[in-house]
Design a protein. Structure first.
Length: 115
């Protein structure tokens, strides 16, 4: 019973950060800014969910704040970027389809606990 309660609470405490972006790639400098932004997202632990849509799992709102601030620190000079957060419960309600077939959503990353 207590385990079920913790799992329910965690569904609202655990967050997913989504970043969607539309960056120009018309000039060599634009392409370089695009590549730099994408590499920094990957370095910060984001994974590509779809083209120009990246997602990162966070254990708490405090952890999510750290990553949101970090992303804001390396925004490219041009383009449009949307940064939004969903709870684990909301993320679990997303339906993913590939062609006409439903596919499983990406799994929650394994967490390392240090004592």
């Amino acid at each position: 019973m207590i385990r079920e309660l913790y799992e329910r609470i965690d569904q609202y405490r655990i967050l997913w950060i989504f970043i969607s972006f539309d960056l120009p790639v018309e000039t060599k400098k634009d392409r370089k800014n695009y590549a730099r932004f994408r590499k920094q997202l990957l370095k910060d632990g984001f994974s590509m969910l779809q083209f120009s849509l990246y997602v990162r799992h966070c254990n708490s709102s405090e952890n999510a704040d750290v990553h949101r601030k970090r992303v804001k620190s390396f925004l490219p000079p041009r383009g449009e970027i949307a940064l939004y957060t969903l709870t684990d419960k909301q993320f679990g309600a997303i339906e993913f389809f590939r062609h006409e077939f439903k596919v499983e959503p990406p799994g929650t990353p394994q967490q390392l606990e240090l004592f």
